[in-house]
Ligand binder design. Structure first.
Ligand code: NAD
Ligand code: GLY
Length: 366
């Protein structure tokens, strides 16, 4: 069974296909949208071992010429240095404007491949085949691409939409539980920002998904992608509404930068902590009840996600974290843009969070 969603962006519109075993059918699914039957698959060393063979077999079965480039796994791969190496290898393979790139992997592979596709030969097509829960609920949809720099996360990149997203839920069977949980945090985000019934569903059924129940996982991916597709359809380039998708990200990204984009803190884990810090700030501002904060904290804690920076490290530098927040992409005229919650299911975008408020928040939570 396969479900299909549409991301409505005029001439940049595309479909998201969700279902079991889709990697093995990828050749048939993507053949109709290729300009020419030639693709270059970009993946990482872990995913290559687990999911590359069925993809290549299905491409061969459809007579789609293909090559593969295998990158190192992990967040460190999303760097300028790795991008340069990737572009170099791609150019050695002599792609032309009708060649299509395929990102087979998690958010790291999706983000760097999408960025490479957006700049090579001034832009060629690319397709997302996300293999982590995080990539299936979030990063493969919406066209944000890029790399990290020493100044912060995703500060170099482009908005560049894929031509198709193929989310094969079976790929999640090989995903380590910690990675599954990291993606789960981004799914909870959709509940907290604008879908209270989904948050309630996650409270009741989320644990089942984390144990590997395929129907529950498919439901989570579908509901998450519905919300993301709708928001991106209204505000592709984040001139307003789309910023709510960054709930928990200002401090979350600061925590990630402080831990050197390492396995100390996975992306979704940092966002879980960042969401709770944003909720804490929302409570202090009188926007949100303490019970709402507690409810989200309890849910994260029940499923096994970190709930405080202290769960990750004993010592943090508040001043450095605050400095990172001011380098966030959403900062405007030197001031912070912060997504805050008005209870569970409703968010607002604030431009007046002060340094003093952040100092107080971090003094209470670090
Ligand atoms: P990731 O790509 O590093 O994947 C996590 C780990 O899982 C890696 O070790 C990978 O090799 C492994 N893996 C992937 N699929 C697997 C599978 N099926 N079985 C076993 N192992 C598998 O990380 P991620 O969590 O997928 O993505 C995080 C990145 O996504 C961050 O860089 C973040 O900034 C970015 N992101 C981007 C957007 C966007 O809109 N573009 C949104 C959210 C996050
Ligand atoms: N993950 C945030 C966005 O896509 O806008």
């Amino acid at each position: 069974m396969k479900t299909s969603l549409h991301v409505d962006l005029g001439e940049r519109s595309y479909n998201i296909l969700i279902g079991e075993g889709l990697i093995g059918k990828a050749g048939t699914l993507l053949a109709p949208i290729l300009k020419r039957p030639r693709v270059i698959v970009i993946t990482d060393e872990n995913v290559a071992k687990l999911h590359l063979v069925p993809l290549v077999n299905s491409l061969n079965a459809c007579e789609i010429k293909n090559q593969t480039i295998i990158l190192s796994e992990g967040e460190q791969t999303k760097s300028f240095a790795e991008l340069e190496k990737l572009l170099d290898t791609l150019l050695e393979s002599a792609p032309d404007r009708n060649t299509t790139l395929i990102a087979l992997g998690g958010g790291v592979i999706g983000d760097i491949t999408g960025f490479a596709a957006s700049i090579i030969l001034r832009g060629i097509d690319f397709i997302q085949i996300p293999t982590t829960l995080l990539a299936q609920v979030d990063s493969s949809v919406g066209g944000k691409t890029g790399v990290n720099t020493r100044q912060g996360k995703n500060l170099i990149g482009s908005f560049y939409q894929p031509k198709l997203v193929i989310a094969d839920t079976s790929a999640l069977l090989t995903l380590p539980k910690r990675e599954l949980l990291s993606g789960y945090a981004e799914a909870v985000k959709y509940g907290v920002i604008n879908d209270y019934p989904f948050f309630v569903w996650l409270e009741e059924h989320g644990a089942r998904a984390i144990e590997g129940d395929m129907d529950a996982l498919a439901h989570i991916i579908l509901e998450s992608c519905k919300t993301k597709a709708e928001i991106v359809g209204h505000d592709e380039r984040e001139s307003g509404l789309r910023a709510i998708l960054n709930f928990g990200h200002t401090l979350g990204h600061a925590l990630e930068l402080e831990t050197g984009y390492s396995k100390t803190l996975l992306h979704g884990e940092s966002i879980a902590i960042g969401m709770l810090l944003a909720l804490h700030l929302s409570v202090t501002r009188g926007l949100c009840d303490m019970e709402d904060y507690e409810r989200v904290r309890l849910h994260f804690s029940k499923v096994g996600l970190p709930t405080s920076p202290r769960d990750v490290a004993e010592k943090w530098s508040a001043s450095r974290l605050i400095q990172h927040c001011y380098k966030d992409k959403k900062a405007q005229d030197g001031g912070l843009t912060f997504v805050l919650a008005k209870g569970i299911g409703k968010t607002i975008i604030s431009h007046d969070v002060t340094r003093q408020e952040l100092e107080t928040l971090l003094a209470e939570t670090l």
